[in-house]
Design a protein around this ligand. Structure first.
Ligand code: EPZ
Length: 419
């Protein structure tokens, strides 16, 4: 078993370059199934969720060539199966995008029930509602989902909840459908815009992505033969912004889109940090303990749930008592128990947690319960006095490329060791 051994207390300083967005990549890879041709994807984060997506595609018959660690060429001309590997699809959440893509491509697919971070109930009723509205039949039984459609026909779909996954999945299924599909109450995250941009580059006709009404005019086929570069990962960028604040450091975050981080920037300024916005890079500086704050997670452009744990660490050492309301996921405060082992004073109950700020954290063995919890515990180790060991690295490796190397370049004393 691997663990990260971190010796604190470090003020992080220097520059970091952000990778491509995980949550765009894991949707764009299945979207290549709609092409029936060849395309190249660049700025692909080299993370385990991406490798798993590639394995599923290869199992379905795609041919993938790794041109560099961050660029692949995919040939989806010979897709010969309609049953995806159950073992692989169960391993992560975004495998549900195989359903929308394969409905569009072959009119049929069976996948294992998607896995992923354990953040409480993760229903997919809105995905199913969308597929059925387009004319598909969806059956969920014995841990598998089977979707079939002899024809998909565009229609209007109102999402009962704002869902990233359902918005992208219905968009994927609509690209080659007959007529026009309108998704109302759509999610607006940057990765939704990125998936739409990718599909449009390949010949789709999608309008309005990034607003809450997306219109997809079905086209006969996608053409491929293009290269697409994935958008920078706003959550990775936000993780380093908060690492700068929590460690009282000074970090220039390169290859990011500052517009995607406005809700975080506003909070960092509110708690006493300095933010210099250069558009495609951001410098964050902090020279004192943060002040207290109240945060509520919301769909984009609100404060992202995927930065909530990293903000939680930051507020654990703030002056005064802060409050975080998690309104997206039921169980996203599991990291607070680990922080309490390090001397934090956090009380979490249901969807609210109170952070009574302490002047310092102390090193301890801690366990990542999910991906962003893992990132938060790394930041905690960097700002804590003494030695912290972070376990369950498989969660962190799902979504952060070379994370310890990036932190080491900023001055962190962090090593990955085999236990
Ligand atoms: C995506 O998950 C991300 N994952 C998550 O990132 C992120 O936390 C989440 O969006 C919210 O931003 C990927 O993109 C692969 P949702 P997703 O559908 O699509 C409810 C990370 O750390 N809901 O937007 O699964 C649901 O219960 C992760 O990178 C329904 O009720 O999230 C939740 O309360 C973890 N029915 C809310 O909507 C549905 O059919 C938002 O979920 C679908 C969702």
């Amino acid at each position: 078993m691997e663990k990260l051994v971190i010796t604190g207390k470090t003020h992080l300083k220097g520059e970091v370059t952000i990778s491509g967005a995980k949550n765009a990549a894991v949707a764009i890879l299945p979207a290549t199934l709609l092409i029936d041709g060849i395309c190249t994807i660049d700025n692909l984060p080299n993370i385990s969720d991406v490798k798993m997506s590639c394995k599923i595609l290869e199992d379905l018959g795609a041919k993938i060539t790794w041109n560099t660690p961050n660029e692949i060429t995919i040939d989806t001309r010979h897709i010969n199966k309609t049953v995806a590997s159950e073992e692989l699809t169960r391993k992560f959440r975004a495998s549900y995008y195989m359903i929308g893509s394969m409905l569009g491509r072959k009119g049929a697919i069976t996948v294992g029930m998607p896995g992923g971070c354990k953040l409480g109930a993760r229903p997919i009723d809105q995905h199913i509602k969308g597929f059925e509205a387009l004319g598909a039949t969806v059956e969920v039984s014995q841990g598998k989902i089977t979707a079939t459609a002899s024809e998909l026909t565009g229609t209007s779909i109102y999402m009962d909840v704002v869902s990233v996954g359902a918005t992208i999945n219905v968009m994927l299924a609509s690209v080659l459908a007959k007529g026009t599909t309108v998704i109302d109450n759509a999610a607006k995250e940057p990765h939704i815009v990125d998936v739409a941009n990718f599909l449009n580059t390949m010949g789709a006709d999608i309008r309005g992505a990034g607003t809450d009404v997306i219109k997809i005019n079905g086209v006969e086929k996608l053409t491929g033969n293009s290269t697409y570069s994935i958008v920078p990962d706003q959550i990775e960028a936000g993780t380093f912004m908060l690492a700068a604040v929590a460690s009282q450091g000074d970090i220039l975050i390169k290859n990011c889109i500052s517009k995607h981080l406005e809700s975080l920037t506003a909070k960092i300024i509110e708690i006493g940090g300095q933010v210099e916005d250069y558009g495609d890079s951001i410098r964050v500086k902090m020279d004192k303990r943060p002040s207290k704050a109240t945060i509520k997670t919301l769909p984009y452009p609100g404060f992202p749930t995927d930065l909530q744990p990293q903000m939680g660490v930051t507020l654990s050492i703030a002056e005064g008592t802060s409050r975080i309301i998690e309104s997206i996921w039921e169980s996203r405060f599991q990291y607070t128990e680990e922080l309490n082992k390090m001397g934090a004073q956090i009380t979490a109950q249901g969807k609210t947690a109170f952070f009574e700020g302490v002047s310092s954290l102390y090193g301890s063995p801690v366990y990542a319960s999910d991906l962003r919890a893992g990132a938060a515990l790394i930041i905690a180790g960097i700002i804590a006095e003494g030695k912290t060991e972070v376990y369950n690295l498989e969660h962190i490796d799902r979504g952060y490329e070379n994370i310890e190397e990036k932190f080491r370049k900023l001055g962190a004393k962090i090593e990955r060791v085999e236990e």
